[in-house]
Design a binder for this molecule. Structure first.
Ligand code: NAI
Length: 480
């Protein structure tokens, strides 16, 4: 605590460096800045206590300061152990008007290179706003903050936290440990917290999947807005964001020449499409794996061979997983790769690549080339290079997506927070998407910066195609 502000960041003196980056990012985030201007007087988030778990980057700093500018009190953690930009975390704590000695910003608990135990400790810090108050809103990316609340309520109802078994991952065992500590102190803590939460707005595909599962089984404890499936999120951030930040991550990690190399992209959804396009743009020979015939056909129509991993495992130079699924590249696949093949993941969780299995290969040796870049040498002498220990490499090895695309995502986040916070009675314990007119509004806020001149419909044309002159311009089922 300094000047009454709690925080746990790498180095507060990095704040000045973070602030210059935030200032430049603000210029590249026209949607967020327009939202600040639009709601400056109304202060729709006054009274909101927002717990945010989302990569603590420069772009996220602009989101946090937008939520604060609209009246919210905020606490923040990163949703990944490697994704924090330490200078951004420091700048958010110090705040735009504070100093290192007298910070006046927002509590942040995040640093680059947390252990998993530290990660869950940080996540737990989200829920105490002082004076016995918890958050009344959550911003989540991947659903870990929401998971902690739901598991907490489940175990409080049962009166006990189960002992981790050998089948549990190391990470889940840590979640259970965090909850056991909490339960020992207050056996109604999460039950009380959950009752005060008006809703969660979720950023990514994997977190959204968790929410729909909870809603289907009737276990969802508060309303949720699926930000990911705003068109101006998943069709932009997931695709064009990764098209930028995947290469950034590979280059910073390895600086390997991609032209002419054989690259495998596992999954051809929104993220896979961006990944494949970026690698092809660098002159790599790109092949795709898919389980969905529609996405496989799309890849084929884009001229990309669709193969099975086994067809290329021994010949490819680079492997990128983008599926949001588990067990995509197993230890036996890693062993079958050629010398110095590069392996990385940009799907949300680290179980796409069997890192646990790799570590258990008898005689394997792990050598750190630099942080988040590891050479794993098999007993036969050949090695592979794994980026960010199998976690999101575009955030672990680089700084994630650029500001402009994140402005689209985070304008959706801000609108969704305002929506759930100001209309608590309008939503059930279900998962909702933002209405299309707001999706179109987010896009509209980003046109001027790119010099776009939109054509205006005439009244006659609008009637002819059956829409309003002011939009929405597409039916709900349109796919873009
Ligand atoms: P998506 O559902 O559009 O695409 C995933 C694709 O993987 C689907 O087409 C699916 O059929 C395919 N797939 C599933 N199992 C497979 C298997 N065994 N082999 C081959 N393909 C398989 O999802 P989206 O939006 O592309 O997201 C993918 C992941 O990326 C999610 O975990 C999401 O949370 C994450 N994400 C990461 C970002 C980053 O900055 N690194 C940004 C946005 C999303």
């Amino acid at each position: 605590t300094r000047n009454g502000i709690e925080f746990a960041v790498a180095d507060l003196s990095l704040a000045a460096a973070g602030r210059t980056q935030i200032r430049l990012a603000e210029h590249e985030m026209p949607g967020l800045m327009a939202t600040r201007r639009e709601f400056a007087d109304a202060q729709p988030l006054r009274g909101a206590r927002i717990a945010g778990s989302l990569h603590m980057t420069v772009q996220t700093a602009v989101l946090i300061e937008t939520l604060v500018a609209l009246g919210a009190e905020v606490r923040w953690v990163s949703c990944n152990i490697f994704s924090t930009q330490d200078e951004a975390a420091a700048a958010v704590v110090v705040g735009p008007h504070g100093t290192v000695d007298a910070p006046t910003g927002t509590p942040v608990f995040a640093w680059k290179g947390e252990t998993l135990a530290e990660y869950w400790w940080c996540t737990d810090q989200l829920f105490d706003f002082g004076d016995g108050l918890g958050p009344n809103m959550i911003v989540d990316d991947g659903g870990d903050a929401t998971l902690l609340v739901h598991k907490g309520v489940e175990f409080e109802a049962a009166g006990r936290v189960p002992q981790p078994t050998s089948a549990d991952s190391e990470e889940f065992a840590l979640v259970l440990g965090t909850l056991a500590d909490s339960l020992a102190k207050d056996n109604r803590r999460f039950t009380k917290l959950a009752a005060g939460i008006r809703g969660v707005t979720e950023e990514t595909t994997n977190g959204v999947k968790r929410l729909y599962k909870l809603a289907e089984s009737g276990e969802l404890l508060f309303p949720a807005i699926n930000v990911n499936d705003s068109v101006t999120k998943s069709k932009f951030d997931n695709t064009y964001g990764i098209r930028h930040s995947l290469l950034d991550g590979i280059n910073r990690a390895t600086d390997v020449m991609l032209a002419g190399k054989l690259a495998v992209v596992c999954g051809y959804g929104d993220v896979g499409k961006g990944a494949a396009e970026a690698l092809r743009g660098m002159g790599a020979r790109v092949v795709v794996t898919e389980i969905d015939p529609i996405c496989a056909l799309q890849a084929a129509m884009h001229g990309l061979p669709v193969v099975r991993l086994e067809d290329v495992v021994a010949t490819a130079d680079l492997f990128i997983t983008t599926t949001g699924n588990k067990d995509i590249i197993m230890a036996a696949d890693l062993a079958a790769m050629k010398h110095n093949a590069i392996v990385g993941n940009v799907g949300h969780f680290d179980n796409e690549i069997d890192m646990a299995g790799l570590a258990k290969v008898p005689g394997i040796v792990k050598n750190e080339i630099k942080p988040q870049v590891h050479e794993w040498t098999f007993p036969d002498g050949h090695a592979i290079i794994v980026l960010s220990e199998g976690r999101l490499l575009n955030l672990g090895n680089a700084t994630g997506h650029p500001s402009f695309v994140m402005s689209n995502s985070f304008t959706n986040q801000t609108i969704a927070q305002i929506e759930l916070f100001t209309k608590p009675d309008a939503y059930e314990r279900q998962v909702y998407r933002l209405p299309k007119h707001l999706d179109e509004k987010v896009a509209a806020l980003h046109l001027e910066a790119l010099g776009v001149r939109l054509t205006e419909l005439t009244k006659e044309q609008a009637e002819y195609i059956g829409v309003d002159v002011a939009g929405p311009y597409k039916p709900e089922h349109y796919r873009y």
